[in-house]
Design a protein around this ligand. Structure first.
Ligand code: GDP
Ligand code: MN
Length: 388
């Protein structure tokens, strides 16, 4: 679970990391009120769960409360890298003298948390790591003894931080590690950690990713997710529909839509499509024992995929009844007008009745008995070859 900037910062503050004063706004009027309370210029920051907001225009400065209101309206009306903005963080604007990177991740190979720092903060750290790996310094944290003063001192020195700031840097680094450890995080990051015009260190951005498997230990964090009106809105419309229909769906962007029962069979189906030269448009597991309504919902969803060239329905009926599935296919085709060819492999329980329903429906469907045959056919029709 990824936390929003304002949520991460609220956890940082509990561990004595200095953050700018600010408040969350969901309307331009709230943004104005907040800017007025803060007094002076503010930064208006889109709260979306993606990095690079600055470059995408999701972070702007405003000099007056009226300007903050106007800026808030503009940012609330836009998408930042494909995500709609529903919440804003309004913060006192800070004069920046230097931007530092400070972060902690889990290094799986060492089975330890690793703290990284760089004098080249502000930009994406992945880019720095790629272009100039020597500009990032690291220390490995012992889980029993924690982060030592010697380690934080070494980081401060190695990034060339001026000596007067070393103690403050050490406190922030320790706070970040405490926040990371206390919340079972897999990542905690301050980018940028800035040196202000007044020569103080301040966490200007915050990012935390919590291990989903540990959420049961953190009821307060689960609440954060529920509170954030945005999180459900971060799904694409198709993903939301899939979740609401109880389908396991992952968009992949290829040309061949897949409707399959069972996650393992769905994986195998994608593999076999790839093996024959096709590209799956999605992963979709309708689940065991899917009825007509659920199958119809699944097929409707897949038929709505942009760039779709063909669909493969692959059902191996055990508990799932083939006649129910067939009924679902017919229902969906009655509702969604489509010119995309459908290949249907329907085997198992009530297979004969299912085949009859499909044959009686009058829709032109291509059938197949084995998965290999089905995959070969769907790849052929997707590339515009005549069906055989
Ligand atoms: P990100 O682009 O999503 O990582 O968002 P950040 O919160 O890191 O902001 C990106 C950049 O915007 C920072 O590196 C700063 O240069 C700038 N920025 C953010 N807040 C302020 C502010 O209060 N004052 C000024 N002058 N710049 C800011
Ligand atoms: Mn940032």
């Amino acid at each position: 679970m990824r936390l929003h900037e304002y949520q991460s910062k609220s956890l940082f503050a509990k561990h004595d990391i200095p953050i700018p004063q600010g408040c969350v706004a969901t309307t331009p009027a709230e943004a104005r009120r907040c800017a007025k309370e803060l007094g002076g210029a503010v930064a208006v920051k889109a709260q979306v769960l993606i990095g690079g907001r600055g470059k995408a225009g999701g972070i702007r400065l405003a000099d007056t409360p009226a300007a903050a209101e106007e800026t808030a309206a503009a940012i609330l009306g836009m998408e930042v890298r494909g995500l709609a903005v529903r919440e804003l963080l309004i913060e006192e604007s800070v004069h920046i003298a230097q931007e530092i990177y400070l972060g902690i991740v889990v290094d799986r190979s060492q089975r330890r948390a690793v703290m990284m720092a760089s004098a080249e903060g502000g930009v994406e750290i992945e880019q720095v790591a790629h272009d100039r790996p020597e500009a990032i310094v690291k220390v490995t944290i012992d889980p029993l003894s924690g982060l030592s003063d010697v380690q934080t001192g070494a980081l401060a020195r190695d990034i060339g931080l001026e000596v007067q700031l070393h103690d403050a840097f050490g406190r922030i680094a320790r706070g970040l590690y405490e926040a990371f450890a206390a919340h079972d995080a897999t990542l905690a990051e301050i980018n940028p950690l800035v040196v202000t015009g007044q020569g103080k260190l301040l966490a200007l951005d915050g990012k935390m990713v919590i291990d989903d498997n540990a959420l049961s230990r953190h009821p307060d964090l689960s609440q954060m997710r529920a509170q954030s009106a945005q999180d459900t809105g971060q799904e694409t419309p198709v993903e939301r529909k899939a979740r609401e229909a109880g389908l396991s769906y992952v968009h992949l962007g290829g040309e061949i839509g897949c409707v399959v029962n069972g996650a393992g069979l769905a994986m195998a189906t994608m593999d076999v499509i790839k093996y024959f030269g096709g590209v799956p448009a999605n992963f979709l597991d309708v689940g065991g024992g899917a009825n007509a309504a659920k199958t119809a919902a699944a097929l409707r969803l897949v038929l709505g995929t942009p760039g779709l060239k063909a669909v493969l329905v692959n059902i191996f009926g055990g508990i799932t009844l083939c006649d129910e599935v067939a009924q679902g296919i017919v229902t969906a085709l009655g509702e969604v007008e489509t010119r995309v060819p459908l290949v249907v492999r329907l085997v198992g329980t009530n297979e004969e009745r299912g085949q009859e329903i499909l044959a009686e429906s009058g829709y032109r469907l291509l059938s197949a008995n084995t998965l290999a045959e089905a995959a070969r056919k769907v790849v052929a029709v997707a590339s515009g070859e005549a069906a055989t």
